[in-house]
Design a protein around this ligand. Structure first.
Ligand code: ATP
Length: 492
């Protein structure tokens, strides 16, 4: 086994790849960052500013493969003999490529459900067999965030088995895995949902749309928070539970929700320490130590940020939904039937952060509202009642030790935007996030603000004294994910 393997891998899949000229053991179909992690190599790419980066924090992972530059290393599935080199970000553009030579595939359905986590699966369980459904999921698996979990989940028990139970669909339900919805547009009686699977453009025409698009990991601000060996919670969960590889030998868990990660580490017997107030990560090409706000030094080889999740607001604002600030994060303003506006529903952790089972129930609730709209029998009040048992998770609003940080070492955004750069603009008196975006490029890059806009708002709120709820949050523009604009432009 490789140094950080937690499980035996299939020996018939064993291959050799070359990274920076050195041979490494890997397994066919494994992702590059996972194979390198298993062998203890964290540094995979270099930002335009020259910062060494791994694949599990944020920002893209461009690498050169067999001499071809600008391959997205995060998604690279390995084959025997591949020769991979580190590369700088430089001209790399992470974007969905669409082959315009291919004819567009079109589907007409009653309901398009975007996102196949517990909420999307709840919607489909409720309406499947009664209405025609397209279930659109950008990942290669069903179950969303719950698929990454190894420990039993309230209401569901074993997460994998629960998802498998929910994955047998009746006729009339079509599932599109590996398919990214790019937005939702009005088209008379219908909504148009353009989506892309590999390089194929697919257009869904749907009478109703459900945004079951979930939440994103919160990015925590501390010095060198982009170092190789710093993990976002979902990446840590994925390497452990999907790929059977440990994030490190001794791990520091930071953030407001450590137990979500520590129970998984306990399960595998991975040594860890919980550090509530990280200040700085140090090391040579990878995490070697973490220093907290009190000056304590922890010798660790990985840091997992377990700071919970916040709803992904981009799909909501792209279709004209408005937001308010509740429970410590921005959430969509919904009518009594969970709609942003007529025909567009939201369910799950896109609405608020709560247990997986509550998100599933909320999917069922939305499904029941939709059935009623189509004149079919449904009892939404059943689910409304059950949902009352679940309070949304309140996130404490972090208090950033702004003047205690070296702002140039804190990455607020994976595209090389530092906290220091944004703070300088805010301190000069500019507190309009739209203008801050233009001046600093915050929320203008790969993640389109999904990860970094919240921290930008937090910074403005803290410096200006304006409550988070009173800030004007910029709306997301289509397409939801980077794609060649000319493809989508003609369709609005
Ligand atoms: P929970 O948060 O409890 O797991 P949930 O179903 O509300 O429940 P997720 O599990 O995060 O939330 O599932 C949301 C799913 O939506 C994810 O699997 C994500 O890949 C998918 N998704 C998000 N945006 C898009 C998009 N634009 N196109 C296709 N799928 C998307």
């Amino acid at each position: 086994m490789r140094p950080l393997d937690l499980t035996e891998k299939d020996p018939s899949k064993k291959i050799t790849i070359y990274f920076e000229g050195r041979p490494y053991e890997a397994y066919e179909g494994e992702k590059l960052p996972v194979a390198m992690l298993a062998s203890g190599v964290y540094w995979l790419t270099t930002s335009t500013e020259g910062r060494h980066r791994g694949a599990f924090t944020f920002g893209p992972v461009p690498v050169t493969v067999n001499g071809v530059k600008n391959v997205d290393g995060r998604k690279l599935k390995l084959k025997n003999g591949l020769r991979i080199e580190r590369q700088r970000y430089d001209e790399f553009q992470e974007q969905v490529e669409i082959d315009e030579g291919k004819p567009v595939i079109r589907y007409v359905v009653d309901v398009a459900v975007i996102g196949a986590g517990p909420a999307g699966l709840g919607v489909v369980e409720e309406i499947g067999g009664k209405l025609t459904v397209a279930l659109i999921e950008e990942k290669g698996w069903l179950g969303g965030d719950m698929w990454l979990k190894g420990v039993d989940q309230e209401g569901f028990g074993n997460p994998r088995r629960a998802i498998e139970r929910l994955s047998s669909f009746p006729d009339g339900v079509r599932v599109f895995l590996g398919t990214t919805a790019l937005g939702v547009f009005d088209k008379g009686e219908y909504f148009l949902v353009p989506a892309v699977k590999e390089d194929q453009l697919i257009e869904f025409m749907a009478k109703r749309v459900v945004l079951a698009t979930g939440a994103v990991d919160s990015i925590m601000l501390f010095e060198n928070n982009d170092y190789p060996g710093v993990f976002r919670r979902s990446d840590a969960l994925e390497v452990i539970n999907v790929w059977g590889v440990a994030p490190g030998r001794k791990v520091a868990v930071v953030g407001a929700f450590p137990e979500e990660i520590t129970q998984e580490l306990d399960r595998w017997g991975i040594e860890y320490v919980v550090v509530p107030n990280p200040k700085r990560v140090e090391g040579n090409d990878r995490v070697e130590r973490l220093i907290d706000g009190n000056g304590n030094v922890y010798e660790v080889d990985a840091v997992i940020v377990a700071d919970g999740r916040i709803p992904d607001i981009n799909p909501v604002t792209q279709v004209g939904g408005r937001l308010h600030f509740r429970h410590g994060y921005y959430i969509p303003i919904l009518d009594a039937e969970h709609r942003i506006r007529k025909g567009i529903y939201v369910a799950g952790s896109a609405v608020s952060i709560k247990p997986h089972y509550a998100n599933f129930l909320e999917g069922k609730l939305v499904g029941a509202y939709i059935l009623r709209e189509f004149g079919l029998e449904a009892e939404p009040c059943l689910y409304e009642e059950k949902l009352k048992e679940y309070e949304p998770v309140a996130r404490p609003i972090p208090k950033l030790p702004l003047d205690g940080f070296n702002g140039e070492d804190v990455q607020i955004c994976g595209c090389g935007v530092t906290l220091g750069k944004v703070d300088e603009v805010v301190k000069s008196g500019i507190t309009d996030l739209q203008i801050i975006k233009r001046l600093t490029h915050l929320a203008m890059g790969f993640c389109q603000g999904r990860f970094c806009l919240f921290n930008g708002a937090l910074l403005v709120s803290q410096r200006s004294g304006t409550p988070m709820g009173e800030l004007d949050i910029p709306v997301a523009r289509p397409p939801l994910k980077n794609v060649k604009m000319k493809v989508v432009a003609g369709r609005e």
